[in-house]
Design a binder for this molecule. Structure first.
Ligand SMILES: Nc1ncnc2c1ncn2[C@@H]1O[C@H](COP(=O)(O)OP(=O)(O)OP(=O)(O)O)[C@@H](O)[C@H]1O
Ligand SMILES: [Mg+2]
Length: 278
């Protein structure tokens, strides 16, 4: 894994640039001319319903799938002719967690750091465990983690080696509101530190809360792209209505369940600790 200072980085202001992508599976046209750009150090949310083609776009960017037509660059490198460079600067957190259940959280991170030939895999693992509030749980097998902890470990694993571009395919699907907020915070910090982030989501609120720009993908076509304010201008002018503000269920839930950062209940289970933690 190359760092964001890699020599593979080329002089291109886009972290990700996608132009006219087409992809069919047999007779089924899935992408029908998809184009969008993600500026370096910004977050683009690719918003679409089930089957819209989000994962297909992600797989093309991650060099796992070739488009039938069109081009895509990641960190200035073409996904087909410079696939190795793309793999060096892009990290993918897939729609389904890719952690090894038998290993501890710490061992999972050390494994990835070793695969990426980093100098001090243990220090890298410990720093990421700390950053994702998994230090206590780090010596437990991943099979004992809650869904939210699993997702945090999965994202932590994709950040090993400080990739310049991070792609997250539905990072918060299945998470409780608190865990979702934690993932949002993590993603925002990444972009603030200069990482380019593409995330796919089917949650309108997620796109609204954390994305700098939003691209709406519907049946293989980008229907609109822009900031939330840009997209609002596509609608007719707002009419003014006076309604009593009621708390949302999310606000009630978070108010009853308490502090955002209290994850200690997740990490207190001393059972199932392997004999030989790495
Ligand atoms: N390997 C494949 N072979 C045939 N059809 C496929 C294949 N992969 C995806 N598809 C089809 O392509 C369409 C888009 O799938 P894709 O996984 O890109 O959607 P998605 O937007 O990620 O959906 P979801 O929100 O459910 O993850 C769907 O109709 C899906 O059934
Ligand atoms: Mg998908």
């Amino acid at each position: 894994m190359q760092s964001r200072h890699s020599s593979a980085v080329q002089n291109n202001s886009s972290g990700i640039s996608v132009q006219g992508l087409h992809k069919s599976y047999g007779e089924l046209p899935v992408l029908q001319g998809v184009s969008f750009d993600v500026a370096r150090g910004s977050i683009l949310a690719l918003l679409g319903a089930n089957g819209a083609g989000k994962t297909t776009v992600v797989k093309i960017l991650a060099t796992l799938l070739k488009p039938d037509l069109g081009t895509a660059t990641v960190n200035g490198c073409d996904v087909i002719s410079q696939a190795a460079h793309v793999r060096g600067s892009l990290s993918l957190t897939g729609q389904f967690a890719a952690i090894d259940e038998i290993l501890t959280g710490r061992e999972n991170l050390i494994l990835v750091a070793r695969l990426r030939h980093l100098e001090n895999p243990r220090a890298v693992a410990d720093a990421l465990l700390d950053r994702f509030s998994l230090t206590e749980a780090g010596s437990r097998r991943a099979s004992t983690y809650s869904g939210g902890m699993r997702r945090r470990l999965d994202i932590a694993m994709s950040l090993v080696g400080e990739p310049a571009v991070v792609v997250l395919d539905e990072p918060t699907t299945g998470l409780d509101p608190q865990a979702r907020l934690e993932v949002w915070e993590t993603v925002q910090k990444l972009a603030q530190a200069g990482t380019t982030v593409l995330l796919t989501t089917q949650y309108l609120e997620e796109a609204e809360q954390i994305a700098d720009r939003i691209a709406i993908l519907h049946r293989g076509r980008i229907m609109a792209t822009g900031t939330l304010d840009d997209l609002k201008t596509l609608m007719p002018p707002a009419t003014v209505e006076y309604v009593e503000k009621q708390p949302s269920l999310e606000e009630i839930f978070l108010s009853i369940t308490g502090d955002a950062t209290d994850r200690s209940a997740d990490t207190d289970n001393p059972e199932d600790t392997p004999d030989s933690a790495t």
